[in-house]
Design a protein around this ligand. Structure first.
Ligand SMILES: NC(=O)c1ccc[n+]([C@@H]2O[C@H](COP(=O)([O-])OP(=O)(O)OC[C@H]3O[C@@H](n4cnc5c(N)ncnc54)[C@H](O)[C@@H]3O)[C@@H](O)[C@H]2O)c1
Length: 456
């Protein structure tokens, strides 16, 4: 099927590559010339495991362009995957969505086009996009309401495992008011739904995985499913973090508590790891948008608000714990291990590392940081923040008064801690992710404080 993707970021690129791999003819459109130039050379603008390899395998069916006409002219399905970042009032900024919808109306020419909102957009955006497309489409065609339809197909991928989340999804959710649009999208996703494609060697199909659930609904329900799913996951993380603070006070170990709760099949163990809390481009933005939508209808959403408050508090707690240990932060050297908001991605949007570093810098500390994949991005995006970026994990320890583990990259477990301890001014690690082994730290002569463990 001829498919266009508008916006070639984390979601658009992953979707485009996956659909091309499944056999569709995909053109990815973006407004960022440098990004498109690199993609044409096979260079991915983001770090995402196996994306380069899958892009290579799918290259026969995959094109990148800056030219909206080129992407949209023959498209039968058009995905909108542009960013919808938060505005200061919590509402998402829909500028990119609006301009994508205008280009669609100006350029589509196939007899029936399904326009799919894959961006996370406020409830009602399907109708809004439809009206923008209609206005610009009308300028060229005698609009009879049959040339296109807008559907919602929210994305649930997790950065760091985006490709397997897409190829072996828990579900595909599609909302549309026109049954024909649902049929088109069912056909588009068929190889994925029925798992008839040959699994790439580097992304093997999980054992016993046979089919993907295809859930259809009206537009609004599909839009709400995305917000509700993210709010629920955010809530689960904040819940365990709230319990984790109590755990420290009463002398419990949150890792035991978490396991004990998670073994209950009604609850499940995922998203129950206590720590600094969530970051990234979605949970903060989407919970703010949900609350903002509630407000529009006069409906307070106290549970979602509480999840946000607890998350903000976790970042502050890292600094509070350091202050209670070191007493004075002025003139101290603090190392940060991990800058990306989670491992296996280079995404720095709403990364806890930056907020924690800023709080430390405000209090007069010197901050050094290292990340296995997001150093270039940090140099570009955080240039002015005064975090000194060092070239390896060991350098973070040199003459430091404390090291904070902020992102749980697996390689941080294999650091030569005994060697690093010898270089530390004060042998203290604050583990914000429950990632390090206390026996190993003891042997290295390092005092380890883990969020949620009373042993500190
Ligand atoms: N990143 C995730 O993990 C994730 C997961 C699920 C859903 N989402 C949602 O998907 C959407 C996209 O997120 P992302 O992380 O991929 O964003 P991103 O910022 O990585 O990518 C957006 C891309 O759109 C391009 N763009 C903007 N306006 C354009 C236009 N008019 N025409 C063509 N290209 C345009 C930008 O240049 C950029 O490359 C957001 O709504 C987000 O909430 C993201």
């Amino acid at each position: 099927m001829k498919t266009a993707i508008i916006g070639t970021g984390y979601v658009g690129l992953t979707t485009g590559v996956a659909l091309a791999y499944l056999g569709h003819e995909v053109t990815c459109l973006d407004v960022d010339a440098a990004k498109v130039e690199n993609l044409k050379k096979g260079i991915s603008p983001i770090y995402e495991p196996h994306l380069d390899e899958l892009m290579k395998l799918a290259s026969r069916n995959l094109k990148f362009t800056l030219d909206a006409g080129d992407a949209l002219r023959d498209a039968e399905v058009v995905f909108i995957a542009v960013g919808t970042p938060s505005l200061p009032d919590g509402n998402p900024d829909l500028t990119f969505l609006k301009s994508a919808a205008q280009s669609i109306g100006e350029k589509i020419a196939s007899p029936y086009v399904v326009i799919v909102n894959k961006s996370t957009v406020p409830i009602g955006s399907g109708n809004w996009v439809e009206s923008i497309v209609r206005d610009s489409y009308r300028a060229r065609h005698a609009y009879q309401g049959s040339g296109f339809v807008v559907a919602s197909n929210p994305e649930f991928l997790r950065e760091g495992s985006a490709l397997s989340d897409m190829l072996y999804a828990d579900r595909v959710v599609v909302g549309a008011d026109d049954p024909k649009a649902l049929d088109v999208l069912r056909k588009l996703y068929q190889p994925l739904l029925e798992q008839t494609f040959e699994a790439p060697a580097f992304l093997p199909r999980p054992e016993g995985f046979r089919a993907v659930h295809f859930l259809t609904s009206d537009l609004q329900s599909a839009e709400l499913i995305k917000y509700a799913a993210n709010a629920f996951l955010a809530l689960k993380i904040s819940f365990i973090n709230e319990i984790s603070e109590l755990s420290e006070k009463v002398g419990a170990d949150i890792q035991h508590v978490s396991r004990g709760i998670g073994l209950d099949s009604r609850i499940g163990n995922r998203f129950l790891q206590a720590g600094i809390g969530w970051g990234g481009s979605c949970f903060g933005k989407d919970t703010a948008a949900l609350i903002s939508t509630g407000k529009e209808y006069g409906l307070p959403m106290p549970i979602t608000q509480a999840a946000r408050d607890v998350n903000t508090r976790q970042r502050a707690r890292m600094v509070e714990i350091l202050m209670s240990e070191l007493k004075i932060l002025k003139g101290r050297k603090i190392g940060i291990l991990g800058l990306s908001f989670k491992p296996f991605t280079d995404d720095l949007r709403d990364a806890p590392a930056l907020e924690i570093a800023k709080r430390l810098l405000e209090r007069g500390a010197k901050v050094v940081g290292f990340d296995p994949v997001s150093m270039d991005r940090a140099r570009k995006e955080w240039g002015e923040t005064a975090i000194e970026l060092v070239s390896n994990a060991e350098a973070v320890f040199s003459e430091s008064d404390a090291v904070l583990l902020v992102t749980e990259w697996p390689q941080f477990r294999t650091i030569d801690f005994a060697k690093c301890a010898a270089q530390m001014k004060n042998k203290l690690i604050l583990d914000g992710r429950g990632h390090l082994d206390s026996t190993q730290m003891n042997q290295a002569g390092i005092r380890l404080i883990t969020l949620g463990r009373a042993t500190r």
